[in-house]
Design a binder for this molecule. Structure first.
Ligand code: 2BA
Length: 107
């Protein structure tokens, strides 16, 4: 069995969740936030049989979109004078981690 963590943009979470449910795939949705943008994102925790792994990754891929976001950045212009300007970063589609599950039980 595999445990999949998929970190996706909040704007895509509903589409991903619906597609997983439609595909009969159980998932737990966690409210998370990125360390860099410090903005909210969504982490799906999905435990599945090995043979479902690719199907699940395809669903996540299909419904997660790359987008550009602006993050405030600070830079100094001369002594004692600071200005803040936004820097563009590309976020997602999805960041996915897959681990092996040693034991799975529903008690
Ligand atoms: P954030 O940490 O808020 O990062 C948002 C986006 O900012 C990243 O998109 C990347 O394009 C950019 N970014 C992050 N750290 C950067 C840095 N040190 N310098 C320049 N740009 C940087 P993604 O790579 O698509 O990541 C989206 C979210 O996935 C991340 O949100 C974080 O929550 C998670 N994530 C990404 N890589 C991870 C990792 N290795 N471990 C744990 N979580 C990760």
């Amino acid at each position: 069995m595999k445990l999949i963590f998929a970190i996706i943009n909040n704007d895509d979470s509903h589409a991903v969740q619906s597609a997983l449910t439609k595909g009969g795939i159980q998932a737990t949705k966690l409210a998370s936030s990125g360390g860099f943008l410090m903005a909210g994102n969504t982490t799906f925790m999905i435990c599945s049989d090995d043979d479902k792994l690719e199907e699940i990754i395809e669903i996540v891929k299909k419904h997660s979109h790359r987008r550009k976001q602006f993050v405030p950045n600070s830079a100094s212009y001369g002594i004692g004078s600071y200005a803040s300007f936004p820097v563009e970063v590309t976020v997602g589609g999805a960041t996915v981690f897959v681990t092996n599950v040693e034991r799975f039980e529903k008690i």
